[in-house]
Design a protein around this ligand. Structure first.
Ligand SMILES: [Zn+2]
Ligand SMILES: [Zn+2]
Length: 310
């Protein structure tokens, strides 16, 4: 089926830390982390920052009353990655099925992490009372997720880091969607998951809330090697980082460029923009990155990239 031949990423929220509406951020957008990936017959969503609210509305419109199936992947539990979750429209729709994936943090499963966000006194409606179907999957180090088809439930397997590349080659030929995970520990206090999405010989990596101040983790470089698109944390300028942001768990533009070069990625998308930087500042950071890695773009709300070309 022709419409299954798709691998499209769409940005709904690109800001880090907190939403920044207003005239100074109009071009890049002020919503926090959320990207949509339409791949094969799957609709994948990464992070539930404030950007997920408008995405949820769009998904409901597209479904037009028919059944809707979404897989939501959470990197970690900080507010800028979950603030939109209670307002994600498919959760309130009886025809919607939402698979929710995320790490175990501070000893809690992903279900235990998100449930309080939709429970009194923080929210008036309990998640358990919502009419949607929800399945929670707590991911462990090296988890790998596949779906047999649109109707099939996700299959989650543990994959040893050491055999990752072997596993990739074996499944290359399959027209299946694969999501692989790597747990990074550079982001305080509990780290964050990095996701690698593979389909039809192409690859997208979503790596936010990572910091490479002490040099990049070789396991990370190996994990992102050869990605067509790398979406990478690039929150700070080098001077700001050196002055006061070391250890905050975010990268500079220079760190993002370093890993893009070392891992031979096709294109670098600067992501998780510092909330106090305006559009002009982000433009300057993009120009600076392009001097070393020409195929760089500063992510903006509404940007779409088709990995299958055309
Ligand atoms: Zn964040
Ligand atoms: Zn964070």
């Amino acid at each position: 089926m022709a419409d299954l031949q798709q691998f499209l990423v769409r940005f709904w929220g690109v800001r880090g830390s907190y939403p920044t509406p207003g005239p100074r951020t109009l071009r890049h957008g002020g919503n926090t982390s959320c990207i949509e990936v339409l791949v094969g017959d799957q609709t994948l969503v990464f992070d539930a920052g404030s950007g997920i609210i408008r995405l949820g509305e769009a998904l409901m419109q597209r479904a037009n009353g028919q059944s809707l199936r979404v897989a939501l992947f959470i990197t970690h539990a900080h507010g800028d990655h979950l603030v939109g979750f209670p307002f994600f429209a498919p959760l309130f729709a009886p025809q919607a099925s939402v698979e929710i994936f995320g790490p175990r943090l501070a000893g809690q499963t992903i279900e235990q992490i998100v449930t309080p966000l939709m429970s009194p006194p923080y929210f008036p409606v309990e998640i358990q009372r919502l009419p949607s179907r929800r399945d929670f999957y707590t991911l462990t180090e090296g988890s790998s997720i596949t779906w047999l088809n649109k109707e099939g439930r996700a299959q989650v397997e543990a994959t040893d880091r050491g055999v990752l590349h072997h596993a990739l080659k074996k499944t290359d030929k399959a027209q299946q969607v694969h999501v692989r995970t790597l747990f990074t520990r550079s982001h305080p206090l509990d780290g964050a998951l990095v996701y690698r999405i593979e389909y039809a010989g192409h690859c997208l990596v979503y790596a936010t809330d990572v910091e490479w101040g002490q040099g990049c983790d070789p396991a990370f470089l190996s994990f992102i090697e050869g990605a067509d698109i790398l979406i990478h944390d690039a929150q700070y300028t080098t001077p700001d980082y050196q002055q006061s942001k070391h250890g905050y768990g975010h990268s500079t533009v220079a760190m993002a460029v370093d890993v893009a070069q070392q891992a031979h990625v096709g294109e670098l998308l600067l992501f998780h923009h510092e909330p106090t930087y305006d559009d002009d500042q982000l433009d300057r950071m993009e120009s600076e990155a392009r001097q070393r890695f020409p195929r760089t773009r500063s992510a903006w709300e509404g940007l779409e990239i088709n990995l299958l070309g055309g």
